[in-house]
Design a protein around this ligand. Structure first.
Ligand code: 4AD
Length: 465
């Protein structure tokens, strides 16, 4: 018989045709005893369904049943598509379904949050409150407590489709450049990025921890002759700080590759990968970006065809010129990063850029010092709208020197001896970078909190739902 149609696909082209849909009853409204309106939602798209009592349409009993449904219950509806002469408010689709049959499929209990309210933008909320409407602002914690409800809003539906596309482009691009996808262990014997922010655990009586990054094993894959590798996988950080951009578990997009001559080869990959990614998001995720924009207004990201590469020292100089105190051999704090983001936008017209040749002292032990000045390093960070999304570098591939660097950074070399030994059987020059997936989506869409781009976020105080 009749084929299922997605609510998002209900358009005027289907006028007078019979369709079968499944969705949730978002709102239910009776007009007298003979007419009822149901707004039915599926994956962020909504359509108005009309029940009208008539001998060849639906019974009064059916209208009564429909108006007794609870919000967010699933219904299957068979009906005919009609096109009203006036715009339909409160639904994404500009057609109506004239209901012939209706079946209840699931029943929702009393809702702790109202999906329509959760989907409103700040300015819509302000307006509604001024107009004296009864409305509860749904705060972040409540949203996360009832995440399965919160996820039903059009903006959230879109955010995770955009996230999927970021991952997809990352994979497609790297495959086309000769990289191979790998999976490194997440249970490891020692910390991979230095001691503090690590989750410790008991591994059958041996001390172990959750990997803070695939760093050590992705380099070991280079020692295993894979040449160019990438990984998409979970990263665990026992963060102490409760900020808008730190999670205790996030998804890392990691790259590691042989270097022929210069660490700029790694930055070339960053450059072309991200320009391809942003182009693809703007081109292939228009609907999703609009849905996000409707709830969380933002300006499209400004980026150049060829990504700006700013030497760290020049960045320091730019900050000094506007009167900011910065240590040329220290790291930039969040405020300095933001400020530099603004200055770069003014001077170069881009909100996406690479800052490279960082002071060695602020980089992890495995980072290669600059050949001409060991106070600096062959390393870089990448920023979107003044916030870090990537850090990367050339690595030390000479085992004795690597051991010395680890010791100098206060690392217990015993815990990483198998890593250091990997370089004793010949290792090529190599480098790579790590990207935080949630940060990319957050900053591309100028969202204010990384919890918005993590499906079920883990932060210092949250491990449920
Ligand atoms: O800067 P990080 O710590 O670098 C590394 O893990 C290196 N192994 C990367 C490399 O290949 N050299 O982390 C990389 C990225 C950051 O730029 C940020 O986007 C993200 O991971 N990130 C976090 N995202 C969410 N919550 C956190 N707590 C994060 N910590 C880092």
């Amino acid at each position: 018989g009749l084929k299922w149609t997605d609510i998002g696909a209900l358009t005027e082209d289907l006028k007078d045709q019979k369709v079968l849909i499944r969705g949730r009853a978002q709102t239910i409204r009776a007009v007298g005893k003979n007419i009822a309106f149901l707004v039915v939602r599926q994956m962020g798209f909504t359509v108005q369904c009309v029940l009208t009592v008539a001998p060849d349409l639906v019974s009064r009993h059916m209208v009564k049943y429909a108006t007794g449904l609870s919000r967010e219950s699933h219904v299957d509806i068979e009906g005919i598509i009609s096109v009203p002469g006036v715009p339909i408010k409160g639904a994404t689709q500009q057609v109506e379904v004239q209901v012939r049959k209706l079946y209840g499929i699931s029943k929702a209990e009393n809702l702790p949050i109202n999906i329509e309210d959760a989907a409103r933008s700040e300015s819509e909320i302000e307006k509604a409150l001024q107009a004296g409407e009864q409305l509860v602002r749904v705060n972040q914690d409540t949203r996360l407590n009832y995440r399965v409800l919160d996820l039903r809003t059009p903006a959230n539906q879109a955010i995770f489709r955009v996230q999927c596309q970021v991952e997809n482009i990352f994979r497609q691009f790297l495959l086309s450049e000769g990289f191979v996808g790998i999976h490194t262990p997440k249970l490891i014997g020692g910390s991979s990025e230095g001691g503090s922010a690590v989750f410790r655990l008991d591994y059958k009586g041996q001390p172990a921890c959750l990997a803070q990054s695939p760093q050590l094993h992705k380099q070991m894959a280079i020692c295993g002759d894979f040449g160019r590798v990438f990984e998409i996988g979970p990263v665990f950080r026992a963060e102490d700080s409760f900020t808008h951009r730190h999670l205790c578990e996030f998804t890392g997009l990691d790259v590691e590759m042989e270097i022929k001559e210069h660490y700029f080869e790694v930055m070339d990959i960053v450059d072309r990968l991200f320009v391809a990614m942003f182009d693809s998001l703007n081109e292939n995720c228009k609907k999703e970006l609009e849905a996000i924009e409707r709830q969380y207004p933002f300006e499209p990201l400004k980026y150049l065809r060829k990504t700006l590469r700013l030497p760290f020292q020049e960045g320091v100089q730019m900050l000094k010129e506007v009167g900011m105190e910065v240590d040329p051999y220290g790291d930039l704090n969040t405020e300095a990063e933001r400020k530099l983001g603004q200055l770069v936008l003014e001077k170069y017209g881009t909100e996406f850029y690479i800052l490279h040749r960082y002071p060695l002292a602020v980089r992890p032990f495995y980072t290669m010092p600059s050949y001409d000045d060991p106070l600096y390093s062959n390393s870089f960070d990448v920023f979107i709208r003044g916030e870090e999304i990537i850090s990367g570098a050339q690595r030390v591939h000479v085992p004795d020197f690597l051991e010395k660097r680890a010791e100098a950074c206060g690392i217990d070399v015993k815990t990483i001896s198998t890593y250091i030994d990997s370089f004793r059987y010949g290792a090529p020059p190599h480098g790579g970078f790590g990207v935080g997936l949630e940060r990319v989506v957050m900053l591309f869409c100028a969202l204010n909190n990384i919890r918005k781009t993590s499906l079920f976020p883990r932060d210092p105080t949250r491990i449920a739902p």
